[in-house]
Design a binder for this molecule. Structure first.
Ligand code: FBP
Length: 408
């Protein structure tokens, strides 16, 4: 029955052109709209129409990607990369679910295994990173990958030997294999975040970093790209259900893992975030350290004195994937703003901020640092952090207006 409803929904959505992010005109001309106006809509991508849907399987992620590639020839090699990501996420979903039984809990090597950001790695951080790296490599479509758990970007060659590139290395993948891993042993939702860029074999290395070889520099240059260069992004949420939410630049689509057939099945076609909301999602312990415009806006929301007049409620899981998933479906504002301790916030631009901002914008929301559009920030480093406030368009715009009014 449920799949029939989704099928009906899907056929009604039909093929549509990529929704151009609409510019949001604030009444007060003084406050610029998002310091950087929305870019021109990319060449419109077509979304498949499913005239016929199998009652038993529904529309699977595999079928969805094959049809996307048929309609958008420039994405012809993306389905095999997605199949690698899909397989890895199914395996990670099992690993997380069974970790208490298999004993894959706690810190790696009993503690003391520190990643390049000085964070102690969980056993599952390393295991999920390996699973995703291998699954991506086996697609034969990857040139370079960058991960939260890897010090520097890694050149990938199907046979595993570290060499430069070959014809098949079409893509660059950036990912956080297990976001929110500090919560995993307590059974709190966690997730995998990924972003896909085109691989530019001819990329020109501007300023050579003494410490890196020519090849490594080319690799880095291929990885340090702004969100606006993303061709696809998504996350997989490991929670009450396992959700796979993605965009290839023509809207946001959500799939639920049907364990009875081992497939991700389309359950949330064309997700659109509500324009305003009544939910904010921040680590409020940091509120006293926030920039004044951010602090004041949230204080107004608490007592219903914000622009919408809504009295907001607070929801915070402490796992970005869980908090963003709820925000996309219910509306709201999630973020990790800059504060006196963490002037660049906590979240990483390349494999957390940009991929999630692409999804948020494709769902009709906004994503800002307070003064800049996150998608337009060119990373200097792989593990660079960025302040983030994302969610329902009118509420996030209220934050931008507050920063601008305060002269930031
Ligand atoms: P990682 O677990 O991948 O390092 O991610 C960072 C993260 O856990 C986010 O998922 C979450 O939004 C944030 O940090 C929570 O930070 P805090 O515990 O300071 O509120």
């Amino acid at each position: 029955m449920k799949l029939a409803i989704v099928a009906a929904l899907i056929t009604s959505v039909g093929a549509f052109m990529a929704p151009a992010p609409s510019t949001f005109i604030s009444r007060r001309t003084t406050s610029p709209i998002m310091a950087t106006a929305s870019p021109p809509a990319p060449a419109a991508r077509k979304t498949p129409v499913f005239d016929e849907v199998c009652e038993t399987t529904g529309v699977t992620l595999t079928r969805f990607m094959i049809e996307v590639a048929m309609l958008n020839p420039e994405l012809s090699e993306l389905p095999s990369l997605f199949s690698g990501i899909e397989t890895a996420c199914k395996a990670i979903s099992n690993m997380v679910k069974r970790s208490q039984l298999t004993g894959d809990i706690g810190y790696a090597e009993g503690g003391g295994s520190i990643n390049v950001q000085g964070e102690e790695q969980k056993t599952l951080d390393i295991m999920t990173n390996d699973v995703l790296k291998r699954a991506l490599r086996f697609t034969g479509k990857l040139g370079v990958l960058a991960s939260e758990e890897e010090d520097t970007p890694v050149d990938v060659e199907p046979t595993g030997k570290e060499v430069m590139f070959d014809e098949t290395s079409k893509y660059v993948a950036v990912f956080d294999p297990l976001d929110g891993s500090s919560n995993v042993d307590a059974g709190i939702p966690t997730g995998t975040i990924f972003g896909i860029f085109d691989h530019d074999e001819e990329c020109v290395v501007n300023d050579k970093d003494e410490g890196l070889t020519e090849a490594e520099m080319v690799c880095l240059t291929n990885t340090l790209k702004p969100g606006t260069d993303l061709i696809a992004s998504g996350y997989c949420l490991y929670s009450s259900s396992c959700f796979f939410v993605m965009t290839v630049g023509c809207g946001v689509y959500g799939f639920t893992l049907d364990e009875s057939i081992g497939e991700f099945v389309l359950t949330h076609p064309n997700i659109k975030i509500p324009e305003t909301s009544k939910i904010y999602s921040f680590n409020e312990a940091n509120l006293p350290q926030w920039d004044e415009p951010m602090r004041e806006t949230v204080e107004k929301w608490r007592i219903g004195e914000g622009k919408s007049g809504n009295s907001f409620s607070s929801r915070y899981i402490g796992s970005m994937v869980g908090d963003v998933h709820r925000t996309l479906l219910y509306g709201g504002v999630f973020g990790y703003p800059s504060d006196k301790k963490n002037v660049n916030g906590k979240l990483r631009l390349l494999y957390e901020g940009a991929p999630m901002s692409y999804l948020m914008e494709q769902a009709g929301g906004l994503s800002t640092t307070g003064t800049k559009r996150v998608m337009e920030i060119l990373p200097d480093e792989v593990h660079q952090r960025v302040p983030i406030v994302m969610g329902s368009k009118q509420d996030v715009q209220e934050v931008v207006d507050a920063y601008s009014a305060a002269g930031f």
